[in-house]
Design a protein around this ligand. Structure first.
Ligand code: SAH
Length: 285
């Protein structure tokens, strides 16, 4: 609990911005952005959304995180900023890429607002799996191909039991891996060691739903020849399953062949500025 001025309570809106294409934001989130006093935004949020919906006098604070870059805004700083702004009576929109509850730190932020008695609302967004599937023409639970989807992530340090890998290789569920392009080699090895069926293909969708989208598809058994040396542009999402073959029939977007970034990498200055700001503000509470 962060103690301080208790009398005024603003409100915190935890909202998803969708996967990239600014058209994929919900009307509800767009309306909250138009009313916001402060927007705390992630790296994977389209600049166009901020430009289009946020009023010129609204304060925008970049609190991006980027795995393995070592320049992320610490979660504690984000929590403190949320509380400080809310205690000033402000309408705070905490804007996250995709959906707010999928592979995000929503728990920390929910615990923070609840323990500080700050009113809040959760507004969902289109998660990257759904955005990527749509823009790649891959129906995730196509009849006759798959009856379920699993949203997964895999870090090398994760302990995943041998039984679970075996089950992942055997299931007909479509597998979607978030934040896993750097461990993809490992994922492919585990699934092929467990004899995943040859008709299950692998797709990597880079910068899905943006004008810079690229899609790579291969058989898991040809991964070494076809994709092993590829370094994927962040953010990228991996889809594995029989449904991936449907791309050939239903693709409606060509690869951009661009290697530029749609979402700017988190820059050191932003992270440090935020840290300083939080430190300064901490004395004001
Ligand atoms: N809350 C987000 C996920 C955050 S985790 C959501 O619901 O989508 C960040 C990961 O999401 C990235 O590493 C990547 O795997 C995936 N991701 C987010 N946006 C993406 C995009 N436009 N294209 C491809 N992958 C994306």
């Amino acid at each position: 609990m962060i103690t301080g001025r208790q009398q005024v309570r603003g409100k915190v809106i935890l909202a998803g911005a969708g996967p990239g294409d600014p058209g994929l934001i919900t009307v509800k989130t767009a309306r909250y952005l138009q009313q916001a006093d402060v927007v705390l935004t992630d790296r994977l949020v389209s600049e166009e959304i901020l430009n289009e919906y946020v009023k010129p006098d609204t304060e925008i604070v970049y609190v991006g995180k980027q795995c393995r870059r070592g320049v992320s805004t610490p979660q504690q700083t984000i929590n403190e900023l949320i509380v400080q702004f809310a205690l000033e009576g402000k309408l705070v929109v905490r804007l996250k890429g995709g959906d707010v509850s999928i592979f995000s730190n929503i728990m920390d932020e929910l615990e923070t607002v609840v323990s500080n008695n700050i009113p809040y609302e959760i507004v969902p967004g289109v998660t990257a799996a759904l955005g990527a599937a749509a823009s790649a023409g891959i129906p995730l639970t196509a009849r006759g191909y798959s009856t379920a989807v699993r949203l997964l992530t895999y870090y090398k340090s994760d302990i995943v039991s041998d039984e679970y890998w075996k089950e992942l290789a055997e299931t007909n569920d479509t597998l979607v891996f978030y934040m896993s392009s750097e461990t993809l080699q490992n994922v492919v090895e585990k699934l092929t060691e467990n004899n995943i069926a040859e008709d299950k293909l692998l797709a990597v969708v880079e910068q899905a739903t943006t004008p810079l989208q690229n899609l790579h598809i291969c058989s898991l058994y040809n991964y070494d020849e076809q994709l092993k040396l590829q370094s994927f542009i962040s953010p990228s999402l991996v889809i594995i399953g029989k449904v991936v073959a449907l791309h050939e029939q239903f693709k409606w977007l060509e690869n951009s062949h661009s290697t530029e970034y749609y979402f700017k990498p988190v820059n050191q200055l932003t992270a440090i500025e935020n840290l300083n700001k939080a430190t300064l503000n901490a004395t004001r509470v």
